[in-house]
Design a protein around this ligand. Structure first.
Ligand code: AMP
Ligand code: MG
Length: 390
């Protein structure tokens, strides 16, 4: 058995980004950019008016002859002599001969002659060519999260595709003969399978859509076969249940039989002690304990960092914050505890119902309170580390 910090160190050795792939900008929201993107154009691509008004070459004259009009989108470049101005609109090309735009609210006109009633400062209301970004400059740096603003910015530069990290494909193998799918009637001795939906939705939250779920019978033969099949199918295999020491727990043996190398088995933690982690070549395998709260805690602390790293995140752990314990917390187990908790305004409270079978407390928690294995008591009012759940 290893400690939580040792287990996390092992996990970090596998926190590496996936291969990259070129994708349409329509499809990269919430993904990490895998290259520096260079601007192919100046933005704005021409000297541009930022207001509706009149463009002129700056002088302190107040009366001008209007010699034309430039609409947004027009390519016309009026030649302006002294004392001449053009009607102009927001986003339109400012003539080469002009340098300043006066807003229409500060003018009066009969349509032919313009009187500037309030002279703006020189260069006012004109966006210089390349003001936002110049051609050849870095528009977005490798590693940023592509939100809608970033994607809109790329679209504004005429960029249609960018390089991002490939999403991993994931299999979820659900062991447990006692499990029924929701929607089916429960018979005596049966419970509903909740791990598959919890894990699938957690994967979807990360944008991972290639998820295959397979229900596996609790026999060595079926478990071996399922492991073999899904190692061929997916980059990451998550197995739920069957990793403890019971007579019907066949996962460990099945992984070994399929040549999956163990990195660690059993972590000195509660919940989630029988966690198994290993790999076969590039493929990652987690066997998560079947109890729902154990399975989800292990997902957040160990599986999620690997997935996020594969997607290109460099901050791949869930954020950890410090809060003050609202009451004392005992640790009689000598294990690291991940307690379902609530952190409100810097105060951390342990919720009722910490058993590994219980999702009720998890459902309303916003943090896992971490009590290290070597700490027996967290005194009321002292700091405790909390893993923030969104
Ligand atoms: P196991 O890890 O297979 O020994 O299962 C431990 C406990 O978790 C048992 O009470 C199982 O019934 C329960 N369990 C296992 N898998 C699931 C699941 N997918 N959904 C809900 N409970 C489960
Ligand atoms: Mg089982």
């Amino acid at each position: 058995m290893i400690s939580v910090s040792e287990a996390i160190q092992h996990i970090e050795n596998y926190c590496k980004p996936n291969k990259t792939v070129q994708k349409s900008i329509q499809k990269v929201r919430n993904r990490i950019l895998a290259e520096d993107v260079i601007s192919p154009i100046n933005m704005p691509p021409f000297k541009q008016s930022s207001m509706d008004g009149y463009a002129f070459r700056y002088s302190d004259t107040s009366v001008y002859t209007i010699v034309g009009e430039v609409q947004a989108g027009s390519a016309t470049n009026f030649q302006l002599k002294e004392g001449e101005a053009v009607r102009i609109f927001t986003g339109a090309r400012v003539p080469n001969d002009a340098d300043t735009v006066v807003i229409q609210e500060h003018t009066s006109t009969d349509g032919k002659e313009l009187t500037i009633e309030k002279l703006p400062k020189m260069y006012s209301n004109v966006r210089p060519l390349g003001e936002q970004i110049e051609i050849g400059a870095i528009a977005l740096k490798k590693g940023i999260l592509l939100n809608e603003a970033a994607i809109g910015f790329l679209a504004g530069l005429g960029i249609t595709e960018v390089l991002v990290y490939k999403k991993p494909s994931v299999s979820i193998l659900v062991t447990g003969n006692e499990l029924k799918q929701v929607g089916e009637p429960l018979e005596e001795g049966q419970v509903y399978d909740s791990n598959s939906i919890t894990l699938e939705l957690a994967l979807r939250q990360l944008g991972i859509k290639k998820v295959t779920i397979d229900k596996v019978e609790d026999t060595l033969k079926a478990t071996k076969k399922a492991v073999q099949k899904h190692l061929k199918k997916s980059d990451i295999v998550l197995i739920s249940g069957g990793i403890s020491v019971g007579d019907y727990d066949f996962v460990k043996e099945s992984l070994e039989a399929n040549g999956v190398s163990e990195v660690f088995y059993k972590v000195n933690q509660k919940p989630g002690k029988p966690l198994w982690f290993g790999h076969k070549d590039q493929q990652i395998v987690f066997a998560l304990p079947g109890n729902p709260a154990s399975s989800l805690s292990c997902f957040y602390v160990y599986v999620l960092p690997i997935l996020k790293a594969k997607l290109g995140h460099t901050n791949y752990h869930l954020p950890r914050i410090q809060a003050k314990a609202s009451d004392s917390i005992k640790n009689i187990h000598g294990k690291t505890l991940f307690l379902k908790g609530s952190v409100i305004e810097g105060e951390a409270t342990q919720l009722r119902g910490q058993a590994s079978s219980m999702l009720k407390s998890f459902a309303v928690s916003n943090a896992l309170l971490v009590v290290p294995e070597e700490v027996n008591t967290i005194e009321k009012g002292t700091e405790i580390t909390c893993v923030k759940l969104s």
